[in-house]
Design a protein around this ligand. Structure first.
Ligand SMILES: [Zn+2]
Length: 338
């Protein structure tokens, strides 16, 4: 038999596969698969038939199922089927899908395609903004999750999901927390991305507490109304009005009038659980009269840390006998006299 043998030459007169002949050319496992191919007893014209659909016609669904079964996607380590079935807003599903496929235009990703911008993270100033940093390591994201844990008992990023790529870290979350809790984290990640874009493109930013309010309201609307009405309404939200100004990183410090002193305070929580506070009291020339900072118990929330920072700052102002002060925190700007 020559090298241009045709299929028909391997079919007997009884319309059966000639297995002995096949096996002289092909491995036995291939012969076995060929032997399972149905041969009609009567001569019929050949036609194209898509075997994965009952009617023989190709469908996108059956094609996608083939890809999933064969795991020939770009990132076979992540099982994506759960993502599309998850109880998430479609835009968050698409966002996750993009992040998994390295498709978010982070600064690190942009540089790979020769779009050069400053590489620092907009939130913490880290030297390289990657998806893994933004969503798993950035202090801003960690603070949001800690606040959501304190307010609503939300899950935290497992310790196993720190060092890998976004894809690998996402899989760590699914393995350690399960899909529903990973979906909660995904909502936060989407809001972090939303906020990051606001900072870059609109010079508009939100602090940790504002993001928590947005996340909570968005999820409440999503569960009640679905995606069509669950929109981000930052400008008309009464809980955010007056707070929707530039964040602490973007807002310049404004000195108080002469004879008045300004108290700035803050609380923070780190990824390893440490909590701390700090404050500074300055005069109209920006000169610091008194500063203070210290660590706090690790089970304290950011709110408790900020409240303690304010308390210590007021005690400091009393100690210095300051006649009039303005208190300015992340969410608070109140002139006080005493
Ligand atoms: Zn960062």
């Amino acid at each position: 038999m020559n090298n241009l043998a045709r299929v028909v030459e391997f079919i007997t007169e009884d319309k059966e596969w000639n297995i002995p002949l096949l096996s002289s050319f092909l491995p036995w496992d291939i012969c076995l698969k060929i032997s399972k191919i149905f041969l009609p007893k009567k001569d019929v014209d050949d036609e194209v038939f898509w075997a994965l659909s009952p009617d023989g016609n190709y469908s996108v669904k059956s094609g996608a199922q083939l890809l999933i079964n064969q795991k020939i996607g770009l990132n076979p380590s992540v099982e994506y089927l759960w993502l599309w079935k998850a109880n998430l807003s479609p835009k968050i599903k698409k966002f996750l899908w993009k992040a998994c496929n390295d498709g978010l235009p982070t600064k690190a990703r942009l540089e790979q395609v020769h779009v050069f911008t400053p590489q620092q993270c907009e939130f913490c100033g880290c030297s390289l903004e990657t998806a893994s940093h933004l969503f798993f390591q950035c202090r801003f994201t960690i603070d949001i999750l800690h606040q959501l844990e304190a307010d609503y008992g939300w899950p935290q990023i497992p310790s196993s999901a720190i060092l890998g790529s976004f894809r690998a870290n996402l899989q760590c979350c699914v393995d350690a927390l399960g899909i529903p809790k990973t979906c909660q984290l995904a909502v936060v990640w989407w809001f972090v991305w939303f906020t990051r874009n606001k900072v870059i493109f609109s010079q508009e930013a939100f602090n940790v507490r504002q993001i928590c309010i947005l996340v909570h309201k968005f999820l409440a609307e999503w569960h009640v109304c679905g995606d069509n009405t669950a929109r981000i309404q930052t400008r008309s939200d009464p809980q955010l009005l007056g707070l929707n100004s530039l964040s602490r990183r973007c807002a310049p410090w404004v000195p108080p009038p002469e004879g008045v002193f300004k108290v700035n305070f803050d609380g923070s929580k780190y990824s390893d659980g440490r909590t701390s506070f700090g404050f500074v009291i300055r005069n109209h020339a920006g000169e610091a009269l008194l500063t203070g900072c210290n660590s706090l118990p690790s089970d304290w929330s950011i709110t408790q840390a900020e409240a303690f920072g304010l308390w210590e700052a007021i005690k400091g102002a009393c100690f210095c006998n300051l006649p009039r002060i303005i208190i300015e925190g992340e969410d608070l700007e109140t002139p006080l006299g005493y």
